[in-house]
Ligand binder design. Structure first.
Ligand code: PEP
Ligand code: CO
Length: 445
């Protein structure tokens, strides 16, 4: 029998340890009573849209920070994030020729899985940084101590961010009639400059066309949907957001529309899968190399026994060098289990490398290659890739190498701020959107 806390009977990986458990219980009890951040009808709305994406009628753009930071809960950062996501989605609409579902990796992406529980520097060993909801990145014993109060601070920031996003979208921020809003300096460095400029012009023309035909002014309506997603990692925290609502059956996680289970915690017999099994939200599972047919069939059987399109999304993240071997097998395994799953390509997490000087980075060329292979493989197997999952920021950081501007390893020292994974910057993100749009328009190889 599933209950919001039945996961506690299973092995739960990646959970922080708190010294003051009484304080943790007080915080969780308080969290449980606070108003939710999202509603059940929005969640069901997203599930219905994802069902259409599963049938190839929509395309998903899921994107945002690897880990949100509390200090980034500022008006400028939030508007920049919204801007890059909106612009990418408009570019993708041109390529996909179908509506794009926008899911931010935001308003709750505050807890991170770590490969090691501890970190040692100069002979000093401290607990690893696990995201701003848990502890702080500075390398001191006090900062690395898991603090229950941070869960409340995180929930409040998620709420503030979402409040601002909703107000901006409703207030017409999504008004992108003006191609000059797109900062396209980097295009000069690209051999595809002319094509990119044509695409931006197409966006303006299509907007005008839609407005004339539908008699709505795009951006001044409530038609732009924004959904949120984060990794459902900290299970006591997620449990506190798990609630029943009047006149609907089942439980909802009312913190976020689209919780996903990360690679390190996706064991079909583990606590995280047990937790998401019982909630009505659409669920994402990160799938990596080495996944077996047995795992695939257990995920499908456990999480989507009725084979309802929209319920289950596999976010595959193999790496440019592995996808050709791994993805066809995944697709076959899903078919063997009778699954009706949405496939999203995460071209980030299988392509992380460390430079000779010890900096974590990703190469734009690998990211592009994994996505292009994903489109080709799905097409060759008679289906469509349903979306992409990208780590990015609206800021001008230097964390990933490559792209039209030719960012090099030497550049990485200039503006590297991620505590966890390297993200595409604004220009790289927009360039990737153009390349994806181009790929979708031109079809498979
Ligand atoms: C992430 O999405 O930041 C992440 C940790 O990914 P994965 O679980 O796929 O490694
Ligand atoms: Co990441």
């Amino acid at each position: 029998m599933w209950r919001p806390d039945s996961w506690r009977e299973r092995p739960a990986l990646q959970q922080p340890e708190y010294a003051d458990t009484a304080e943790l219980e007080r915080v969780l009890a308080e969290l449980h009573l606070l108003p939710p951040l999202v509603t059940s009808w929005e969640i069901i709305g997203l599930r219905d849209q994802l069902a259409e994406a599963t049938e190839g009628k929509r395309f998903v753009l899921q994107a945002g920070d690897c880990a949100e930071r509390f200090i980034d809960c500022t008006p400028v950062r939030i508007t920049n994030t919204l801007k890059v996501l909106l612009q990418m989605s408009m570019v993708l609409v041109i390529g996909a020729q179908r509506p794009v579902i926008r899911i931010g990796r935001f308003a709750g992406q505050y807890a991170k899985p770590r490969s090691a529980n501890h970190e040692t520097r100069d002979g000093v060993t401290l607990p690893s940084y696990r995201g701003d909801n848990i502890n702080r990145p500075e390398f001191t014993a006090a900062a690395r101590c898991a603090d229950p109060q941070l869960l409340l601070r995180g929930y409040e920031r998620a709420s503030m961010m979402l409040n601002f996003v909703r107000a901006l979208v409703k207030g017409g921020f999504a008004d992108l009639h003006h191609p000059e809003y797109f900062d396209l300096d980097w295009v000069h460095h690209s051999p595809l400059a002319a094509e990119y400029h044509r695409m931006v012009d197409t966006i303006s023309t299509s907007l005008r066309f839609m407005e004339n035909v539908l008699d709505v002014r795009v951006g001044e309506t409530d038609r732009i949907d924004f959904f949120t997603g984060h990794e459902a990692l900290h299970l006591r925290y997620e449990e506190a957001q798990t609630r029943k609502v009047p006149r609907r059956r089942g439980y909802f996680n009312l913190h976020t529309h689209f919780p996903w289970v990360g690679l390190r915690t996706n064991d079909p017999g583990g606590a995280h899968i047990e937790y998401v099994r019982g909630i009505e939200n659409p669920i994402g599972i990160k799938v990596g190399a080495g996944t077996t047919r047995d795992q695939v069939s257990r995920w499908i059987e456990t999480l989507d026994a009725d084979r309802q399109p929209g319920r289950l999304t596999f976010i595959h993240r193999y790496g440019a060098g592995r996808i050709a071997e791994a993805l066809p097998r995944l697709i076959e395994d899903v078919r063997a289990a009778g699954g009706r799953v949405l496939f999203i390509c995460d071209p980030m997490h299988g392509n992380t490398q460390t430079t000779a000087s010890g900096v974590k980075t990703r190469d734009f060329a690998d990211i592009q290659s994994e996505i292009e292979q994903a489109f080709d493989i799905h097409a060759a197997m008679g289906q469509k890739l349903g979306g992409v999952h990208i780590e990015l920021t609206g800021e001008n950081v230097t964390e990933c190498v490559g792209g039209a501007r030719g960012q090099t390893e030497e550049d990485l020292t200039r503006a590297y701020e991620s505590q966890v994974d390297p993200r595409l910057n604004y220009e790289q993100a927009l360039e990737l959107a153009f390349l994806i749009a181009r790929k979708m328009k031109n079809g498979p190889r």
